[in-house]
Each structure stands twice: as structure tokens, then as C-alpha cells.
Design a protein around this ligand. Sequence first.
Ligand SMILES: *Cc1c(COP(=O)(O)O)cnc(C)c1O
Length: 454
Amino acid sequence: MMRLYSTRDVHRMQEGVSFEQAVMRGLAPDGGLFVPENIPSFDPAFFEEKLPNMAFPEIAFSVAAQLLDGAIPREDLQSMIHAAINFPAPVHRLNNSVSILELFHGPSLAFKDFGARFMAQLMAYFNQSSQQELTILVATSGDTGAAVAAGFHGLPGIRVFVLYPEGKVSPFQELQIAGWGDNIHAVKVAGDFDDCQRLVKAAFADHQINRNIRFTSANSINISRLLAQIFYYFEAYKQWISETKGVADKPKLVFSVPSGNFGNLTAGLYAQKMGLPVDHFIAATNANDVFPAFLASGHFKAQTTIATVSNAMDVGNPSNFERIESLYQENTTERSTWNNIRAAIGSLAVSDEDTLDCIQDVFRKYHYLLDPHTAVGVFALEAWKANNPDRSDAHGIVLATAHPFKFREIIEPLIGEELQVPAQAGTMKIATDKHFHIDPDLEYLKKLLLEKTI
Ligand SMILES: *Cc1c(COP(=O)(O)O)cnc(C)c1O
């Protein structure tokens, strides 16, 4: 049975928690992040013989079962995987040395759908035996709330309240939050994202609310979200080996990961630890360059956030850094942890100017559209190759984290064309009976939480 420990409990002095406890709590009591006690690997035959013939949901199931080691009965896990992983992750070959792993075919058009959907399934499952309804409270600047709302919509025994800042999310994002209705309550706050976050924190600390409802957060650091992100690295590898079938001298494989909070990159590192034959990772950031600065200096220093065109990656203090550190620090000193990380991961900060040029350049050459986050990944891959001539024959797979349509205001002027509206964006309307507008004051939120039932 899988046990999990806090990243801050380096010597494993505490007892550790079960997978269920880690999912339902989100954050460890000491403020650290939960990490698995060990990460079991597949034997090489799995990659050569089994993986090539498996469908994506089957791959997801095998990876989850391997990691969870009996924490959830197989049939239950299987049905949750099938409900969560119900859209594809195709690899699109851009040219001879670069492919794009499209992770944006889910309901909110971003990769966060994978993690949010799997987490939603697990929370509903773990709450089944409880007599009490579970309330999920989440503050969002746009993307997370959209993925969480879609993931939890219609799940029994769960109410969701998504707080978002008035006037700060795009009309498309607002529909993705407020268009579901039923058990999804959209709360527009007359304030900014910080006000939303402050309200959520205050609600979690409030005694009256805690006495009356059972609630948890759908935080991006939840271990269940990370697990679901491991699945698609395996899926990408499967597609890549089928494409290069019969090639005698297969190039080495490099993943370039557009990164903000570093959950996606951490999931890739876990996939590698499970035996996936990946040669190297590139952590591609925008101007928020804490991680490349750490690789260069050996010192991790949080920064004030800088606003960029790849705004879902505007993170000045990436929380999953603790998980990466803990993965590489086994029996080592601080300095060799740094060396271990540098050997496994390259990192580059990409300016807005280079990001926009890259979108234009790729569109001209290949008639393929990148969103700004994915463009950061593509640009970083090319730059890394130029800096590392010994690796210039590697094949790079860039994680496409969002659909270009989400950023049409940025992209359309660059290419001089209007974008097609994807199916997911066409049909929603605000569900007015589950849409609320409040001032940033806990009393108003409290009233909603205590009075509204599904
Ligand atoms: C959240 C997000 C990222 C950053 O992912 P992390 O796992 O936080 O590093 C990148 N691109 C998009 C579009 C996102 O929504």
C-alpha cells in the first residue's frame, strides 16, 4: 500500500499518510507537499512489448495501479480512469526533430483538465462512505477554476464553489466556470485574485463554517493531479515509438515543459523514475526565472511575479520545487542535490518578444498554431539544442499546455487571421441560478456556503 510523506519531513520522522488522506488533505500538516514513499518502476519489457499496444486509458490505468499499489480496488480505479481520461492526447510532428504533445482537447482546453478530472473522481469516490456532503472551495485567476468546474460537474455528494475576480477573466473562461450550473456555484468577487484567495483562506479558518460543513480545497498541489499528469508522458512515448518503428538508431528523447508551478515537470520526472526512457527534460519558463536562476547558482530564491503573455506561468515561487528537490536529494548533500538536478534538467527563460516571434515563425513554416505557453516550450527547446551541440540530434517533444483559441486576442493579430472556434467553446451559457456576485467580505461567502444546497 502506498504511503506518502511531507517534503519537509526529510528523514521520514512522521508516520506518513495513506493515499486517501493525502488526496483529501491536499497540503501536509507541516506545510509541505505530499510525495510517495517510493516510485515503483516498470521493467523494460513493459515499454517494449506491452505499451505499444495499449490504448490511452489502459496506459493510465497501468501507471496508476503501479503507483497506488492496491490503495484502490482495480475495478474502482478502472472506472474512475475511464471517466477522467476521456479525451485524447495526440502527438503532432512539427518537423524531423520536434513534436508537439497536444494536451488541450479536454473541456477547458488546457492540460489542467487531466489533473482536475482525476482528482474530482477520487474525491467523489473517497467521500462516498461519508454521510456528509463535501464542499470544494477554490479561488482561481481563470484556468484552474475552469478545469475544476468541468471535472466536478455532476459528481454526486459534492458541491463546488469557484471564486473568480470580476473583470479579470476572459468571457470564455467565465463561461467555463459559470456555465455548468447544478453542483457548480460560480462566485464572482468584486476584487482581484488576491481577494479571492484571501476569502478562501478565511473560510477555511472560520469556526462556524467548519462546524457546519465538510470542506476541502481543489489545490493545484494535490498529489492526485500530479499522478494524472504522469499518464500522458507514457502516451506520448507510445506514439513516438510507433512513429520511429524500424528506425535503427533512434534519437534520444527530450521533453520540453512550459512551467509555472512545476507540477507538469514533476510529473515527467516521476514518469522517468518509473522507467520511461527519457534522456532529458527542459524546464521552459517565461520572465519568471526562479528555476533557471537556481540551476545557474545553486540557490533557490523566490521572486515577485512578473506579468507576461504566458500568464498561467507567471509564478514567482513555484511550489512543486520542493517535490523536485526531494526527488533528487536522497542521501546527498545540498550541493550534490543541485548537481543531480542540473544533470537531469536544463532550463531557460524566454522573453515575451521571443514567444510571440516563435508563434509567428511556426505558423509561417508549418501552418501550425502554438498558444503562448507552448511557444515558450518550443523556443526553449530550440535554444537549448543550440547551446548543447552534443545533443543536437535528440528528438524533442514539447507539451502543448493550452489550446491557441484561449489566447485568440494575442494570436489573431500575429497571424492576421481569425481562429476557428473549438467545439468546447460554442455551446455554454451562464447558469444564472448558480451564479453569484459578492463583495470581498467573508460574511457574504459564509452566507452562500451555509445556505445554498445543491
Ligand atoms: C498551469 C499552466 C502551466 C504551468 O503548469 P505547471 O504545472 O504549473 O508548471 C502552463 N501552461 C498553461 C496553459 C497552464 O494553464
